[in-house]
Design a protein around this ligand. Structure first.
Ligand SMILES: [Zn+2]
Ligand SMILES: [Zn+2]
Length: 406
């Protein structure tokens, strides 16, 4: 091991307060662990939730947290005899994609074959587990999946959303000739489009309001539906009023869930992948009941990395076309602002850990000087007074929302 004592990491301190800081590096791997030198990391919709609100669902940020969970890297060190996700000895120097979900392997749900519902689940980037937007991260060796030479670091990062798409496709039971509507053409929606197509689904409609994302969906084989103009009416019109066999909500799980329900045929299936900004699912009871819909929720994925790797290796999916922007780690805050504003034809944003120009480093130093941090803290406090609750308030709210115990 090189004598790395500190590293750069993107830590979230509160809503809209992401700082790239020098912190102690995570140290040598413990038993069964690997130390990964991260090469690239993806910005995910759930990271954007964290950035905007300082929490994801019930998980509230209690202290500065390294975020991020979609990543590729190189094994810097592995505990002796530690096995990778393919049950082979994990060796230093291996290029890997990493499954951010760390299931325990011995709880009821793990034993039932649903590690995605593990009762003791730890997750990269969710408190208290450090995320991947750092130069190094320590993870269980079995979450590391070596990738072949023809899979780039960027593709390896995108195996995570592809894994979610595979799990979604499995759950939805799409068959050859099933008609499908996907709502949302973000990176996950576009991965789902590709896996549903591979599973034999078709026609596949993709509804999206950002025109550049819709254009990409069309290029990948979807029938594009402009979400800004009555997407339900459009799908019903093309299907002669019947609706589709399966509708998959892969946006922000807001009014799009109801849209998806209205797009499905009687007796069809509605699959919810998106995460709601307000932690509420809004759907008309009568729509679901009268149609006798089956409603399914996607929670993570189940051992999909080996399949995702095989698909990427065979070039059966195109993942790099999803990437619209690349930033060095030091510019993470800028990357998040761009992503949350949905500007500049943004789709997938990737952070590169190893690359930084002299100018970018100088910019980072100025931005992260003690004076600049103090200034941004003041601005943030003002901002929160107007728009956001403080972390303390969020914590109190989530405490009081818990069920009273007898
Ligand atoms: Zn993700
Ligand atoms: Zn478990």
């Amino acid at each position: 091991m090189a004598s790395v004592k500190t590293m750069l990491a993107a830590r979230l301190h509160g809503p809209r307060d992401l700082r790239v800081e020098k912190i102690p590096y995570p140290g040598e791997p413990g038993p069964g662990e690997a130390l990964v030198r991260v090469t690239e990391a993806g910005v995910c919709g759930s990271d954007l939730h964290g950035f905007l609100h300082g929490r994801i669902g019930d998980t509230v940020l209690a202290q500065a947290q390294i975020i991020g969970h979609e990543f590729a890297g190189v094994i810097a060190a592995a505990a002796s005899g530690a096995l990778d996700g393919q049950f082979k000895t994990l060796k230093a120097g291996a290029r890997v994609a990493v499954d951010p979900a760390q299931s325990c392997g011995h709880c009821e749900m793990c034993e039932r074959g649903a590690p995605n519902l593990c009762l003791n689940l730890r997750f990269c980037g969710l408190p208290p587990v450090p995320g991947c937007m750092a130069q190094y991260v320590r993870v269980p060796a079995h979450t590391c999946f070596p990738v072949p030479g023809n899979i780039s670091d960027t593709t390896a990062v995108l195996l995570e959303p592809l894994g979610i798409a595979l799990h979604t496709t499995d759950l939805s039971r799409v068959r050859v000739g099933s008609s499908v509507a996907v709502i949302g053409a973000g990176p996950v929606g576009l991965c789902i489009l590709q896996t549903v197509k591979l599973a034999g689904g078709g026609p596949i409609f993709v509804s999206e309001k950002l025109p550049w994302r819709l254009a990409l969906a069309k290029k990948l084989g979807a029938i594009p539906i402009d979400a800004r103009k009555d997407p339900v009416g459009a799908v019903l019109k093309v299907t002669g009023g019947r609706g589709v066999d399966v509708a998959i909500e892969a946006a922000w799980a807001d009014e799009t869930v109801q849209q998806a329900a209205e797009m499905v045929r009687f007796g069809g299936t509605l699959v919810v992948v998106g995460i709601s900004n307000h932690d509420r699912l809004t759907i008309k009871h009568s729509t679901v009941r009268r149609k006798g819909l089956t409603v399914l929720f996607v929670r993570r994925m189940k051992n999909t990395y080996p399949r995702a790797i095989a698909l990427a290796q065979a070039r059966a999916v195109d993942l790099e076309c999803l990437v619209s922007h690349r930033f060095p780690l030091a510019r993470a805050a800028k990357a998040f602002v761009l992503n949350t504003e949905y500007k500049d034809k943004v789709n997938k944003v990737v952070l590169e850990m190893g690359r930084i120009s002299r100018e970018e480093y100088a910019e980072w130093q100025v931005e992260h000087s003690p004076q600049a941090i103090a200034r941004s803290q003041e601005a943030l406090a003002e901002y929160r007074r107007g728009h956001y609750r403080t972390i303390e308030q969020l914590k109190q709210e989530s405490e009081s929302a818990k069920e009273p115990t007898d």
